[in-house]
Design a binder for this molecule. Structure first.
Ligand code: NAG
Ligand code: NAG
Ligand code: NAG
Ligand code: NAG
Length: 363
């Protein structure tokens, strides 16, 4: 599809999105408009108004060696490389994403960012796809190790939300990995738009290059298909046990598909089952480099027992027993694909989604 056709479609999606947003009068500035140079420009909290309806944010944005521990409430995330990225997950054990989306904190693969660390062995397979407009990371995780309820099919985090203050509230993200950063690992660009699904012992995240066009960011970091999981939002070939970084073609943005030569847009219904009329396609990739997890994740804490000692039940079960929750989508359980590989979120989506609470989430 041509860029202009895509832009037109995205303009429609964006218009309908903003029509529903209701900025909080106490903090009307959208999170995506709060930009700060890293690290010197970052305030202690970007979302601090106690009069705000959902707020203020539970954590803070200045993160350093003092805040680097497993109780950290750091809400500044870093997404650099397969050995150096953070996911959003709950601060309190055995939580669901739906219940805690506004308070998620950064859990990182590596020390140095003032955050919690993802325990050793929790990441079970990661695929990074680098494109000209965004970077996508998808993989498998023992989600109980990052305080998630074992059965949670999870939801979607992004810097928008119905009040435009983001989920988590005040969550910031930075990266050194975009082509527009010119290979400089010591300077960091703010990731203006991003989306992160967590759940079903899987995760996926897209960070959009701030140097790409607005319509690219609206399309590739789309956040209104929050009940359609990783397979539709971020088609991938992540496999349990494999850690790889590839160059990739651009995906067709979620919701857009071609049938009988015509480009169509599917809209996720506000309620009821979500049954997209198309199958997502994983874009072609090349130059894949594989790693051993032991060489990537070298400074991670030993997993705790208790809530952490658990099973992959949440990953294989398609019934979905997690508590229905507002704002909840699904990362989608990993399921076998035709070649026997496990891909994050492929093929179990309808089964998972059929059980989710039917509620419009105005992202
Ligand atoms: C470290 O982070 C904490 C929490 O944000 C902050 O209060 C403190 O001032 C920071 N310390 C330094 C030296 O920046
Ligand atoms: C920057 O980091 C990447 C990923 O770790 C690494 O491959 C690359 O060599 C680094 N670049 C420089 C100039 O150090
Ligand atoms: C997690 O919470 C669920 C219900 O909320 C409970 O049934 C389960 O026992 C808890 N698991 C742990 C490990 O605490
Ligand atoms: C990934 O593989 C490991 C080791 O075989 C297994 O314990 C785990 O349950 C698998 N994870 C998922 C999400 O299937």
């Amino acid at each position: 599809m041509s860029r202009s056709a895509l832009s037109a479609l995205l303009a429609v999606a964006l218009a309908s999105k903003s029509a529903f947003a209701q900025p909080d009068p106490a903090d009307p500035t959208p999170l995506v408009d709060k930009t700060y140079a890293y690290p010197s420009g970052i305030p202690y909290q970007v979302d601090y108004n106690t009069a705000a309806i959902r707020g203020p944010q539970v954590g803070y944005n200045i993160c350093n060696s003092t805040t680097e521990n497993q109780e950290s409430m750091c809400q500044t995330s870093m997404v650099n490389h397969i050995d150096d990225f953070c996911l959003w997950a709950p601060p309190i054990p055995n939580s669901t994403i739906g219940d805690t989306e506004q308070e998620e904190v950064a859990w990182c693969t590596k020390p140095g960012h003032g955050t919690r660390l993802i325990p050793a062995g929790a990441l079970q397979g990661v695929q990074v796809l680098k494109t000209s407009a965004y970077i996508q990371i998808a993989g498998f995780i023992d989600q109980t190790q990052v305080n998630m309820n074992a059965q949670d099919y999870g939801g979607e985090l992004d810097p928008h939300g119905a009040d435009l203050r983001g989920n988590p509230l005040g969550g910031l993200m930075y990266s050194n990995a975009f082509p527009s950063n010119n290979g400089n690992n010591n300077t960091f660009q703010q990731v203006i738009d991003w989306t992160n699904f967590m759940g079903g012992n899987a995760f996926c995240m897209t960070i959009c290059d701030p140097a790409s066009s607005q319509s690219d960011q609206d399309g590739y970091c789309q956040n209104i298909y929050d009940r359609m999981g990783c397979s539709y939002n971020m088609p991938n070939n992540a496999q349990n046990g494999t850690f790889e970084v590839c160059d990739s073609d651009l995906k067709t943005p979620v919701g857009i598909y071609v049938t009988n030569g015509a480009t169509m847009t599917y809209s996720q219904p506000a309620s009821g089952d979500v049954v997209p009329p198309y199958t997502p396609v994983v874009p072609a990739s090349s130059n894949c480099v594989t790693y051993q997890s032991a060489e990537l994740y070298t400074a991670n804490p030993t997993p705790t027992s208790g809530a952490g000692a658990t099973t992959a039940a949440g990953a294989s079960q398609t019934g979905g027993t997690s508590k229905p929750s507002s704002g909840s989508g699904s990362a989608g359980a990993p399921a076998p694909t035709s070649n026997g590989a496990m891909a994050v979120g492929v093929s179990s989506v309808a089964g998972v989604l059929g059980t989710l609470f039917a509620m419009a989430f105005l992202s």
